[in-house]
Design a protein around this ligand. Structure first.
Ligand code: FEO
Length: 469
């Protein structure tokens, strides 16, 4: 039976939910499902906006049939050619052979790539700001490249002020009866999914989203109909404000999140203790995640929310621990900017993850990586508590209003300490830590290390070491 929702006098939602799919785009877990939204106008001409994923085609065609009755389908508007919205266009053409397809030339080209039916004979090509009238309703088409693919366009219906926004303003989460955002508790039940959807799907394209927001600012928008999730008709400014923050890479909250990659729990232990020390300094709402356990999409979302991020990783195969390395590359791919970051590394014989994490993070724009950092050799030791306190002080000083960093000077001094890497085996001599097991006290500058000192790992002399970049 049909599952149709009436949106306004002549507008119907004819999409469908999928709660069986485990991974959206075969990447992102969607425990609350997802909706594929399609909208049908029953004006003098009948106009369908987009189709759905193949998995829900049965429900979709039943919905269209229920609304159309004996009427033909005159037009299909295609705003986005990703298969979660376009997969059944060929079947639609078979069922409604006289349907015309309104699209731009990029969409026309993608239809040819995905399908074999004759698009040219039924295409109505629109360019930037072209309009189309279905009778009482007029639609203006505006390009929105890379939100989320290059062909994307949005459509604005001027009589009722409805923006068909394609992927923009969408979310993970199936529609649970209530189709309007003002019928649910957005902050409690939905905002995390809005953020996770935005940051993972279009987070990389902040510049392009900003361009779309500028175009939208000139419109009197009374309703937003996206291709996933809820329809907005109240408090639209709140969602647009979130998009302003996310697309400009501005943290939503002055908050600290800590991500760790830990093999046997020793790196995790240091992170837990650091989190506790941050709480002691007045940091609220701290979050801690094991990058091996929590799916990266949640951590991407959390990184976009928080102003401060601690990355802690074991050294593994002389590199970064697997799950942390994947997360860092994922964050880099999503263009994360404007954060304060801190590093903790662990390595039982040759710690390297800190330097390598910094290399990846340094490729991102406008982030501050704190000088205070911590190196564990297998596990955190009581004599390192001072270093951990210095790290907690440095983080708290920039996130807690009015926090006095009493150990600021000490921290700076510690931060000026250098490291030297063995060219043969990768062992790192850290001036802050020295090599007490071999008679070199913590805080010993490289030039003061005895000339007969040798690498504790491979036995080569000081001449085989280079200053860490
Ligand atoms: Fe929902 Fe980019 O497709």
């Amino acid at each position: 039976m049909q599952f149709v929702k009436k949106i306004s006098e002549e507008l119907y939602w004819v999409g469908a939910n999928d709660r069986r799919l485990a991974l959206f785009e075969n990447v992102y877990p969607i425990p609350r499902g997802v909706s594929y939204n399609s909208y049908l106008w029953t004006d003098e001409k009948t106009v369908l906006f987009d189709t759905v994923d193949k998995a829900v085609s049965h429900q979709f065609f039943e919905n269209i049939q229920a609304v159309l009755g004996d009427r033909p389908l005159d037009y299909l508007v295609v705003t986005h050619m990703e298969p979660d919205h376009c997969a059944v266009i060929d079947e639609l053409v078979l069922r409604y052979p006289n349907v015309k397809i309104i699209c731009n030339t990029k969409i026309q080209g993608l239809i040819k790539q995905f399908f074999d039916f004759d698009i040219d004979s039924r295409a109505v090509i629109v360019k930037e700001k072209d309009t189309f009238s279905s009778g009482k309703h007029t639609f203006t088409f505006v390009s929105a490249p890379m939100v989320h693919w290059p062909e994307v366009m949005v459509a604005y219906e001027s009589t009722e002020g409805i923006l068909f926004s394609a992927d923009a303003f969408g979310t993970f989460g199936a529609i649970n009866g209530n189709i309007f955002a003002d019928e649910v508790n957005i902050d409690r039940d939905w905002m995390d999914d809005y953020r996770r959807y935005y940051t993972n799907i279009v987070g990389k394209y902040g510049v392009q989203v900003q361009a779309l927001l500028k175009k939208a600012a000139g419109l009197d928008i009374k309703m937003i109909c996206p291709l996933h999730g809820l329809i907005w008709r109240e408090n639209i400014g709140e969602l647009i404000e979130k998009y302003q923050l996310w697309s400009s890479y501005t943290p939503e909250d002055a908050a600290v999140t800590l991500f760790y990659g830990s093999i046997y729990g020793n790196t995790e232990n240091a992170v837990d203790i650091l989190a506790g020390k941050l709480a002691d300094r007045g940091v609220k709402n701290i979050t801690v995640y094991d990058a091996s356990v929590t799916h990266a999409s949640y951590l991407i979302s959390e990184a976009f929310r928080c102003s401060h991020i601690v990355f802690a990783s074991a050294t593994y195969n002389n590199g970064i621990f697997v799950s942390m390395e994947n997360l860092l590359h994922d964050l880099a791919a999503h263009n994360l900017q404007n954060r304060t970051m801190a590093i903790i590394q662990n390595g039982s014989w040759s710690p390297a993850s800190g330097r390598l994490m910094k290399e990846i993070l340094s490729s991102l724009k406008n982030n501050t990586i704190l000088e205070e950092e911590l190196t564990l050799k297998s596990s955190l030791k009581p004599e390192q508590e001072q270093s951990l306190d210095a790290l907690a002080d440095a983080i708290a000083a920039s996130v807690v209003p009015g926090f006095e960093n009493e150990k600021k000077d000490e921290g700076k001094e510690n931060g000026s300490m250098k490291k030297y890497v063995c060219d043969v085996c990768g062992y790192v001599y850290d001036e802050a830590e020295g090599d007490p097991d071999n008679g070199v006290a913590a805080g010993t500058k490289w030039e003061d290390v005895p000339e007969d000192w040798v690498c504790p790992l491979c036995g080569v002399g000081k001449d085989q070491f280079s200053e860490e970049a």
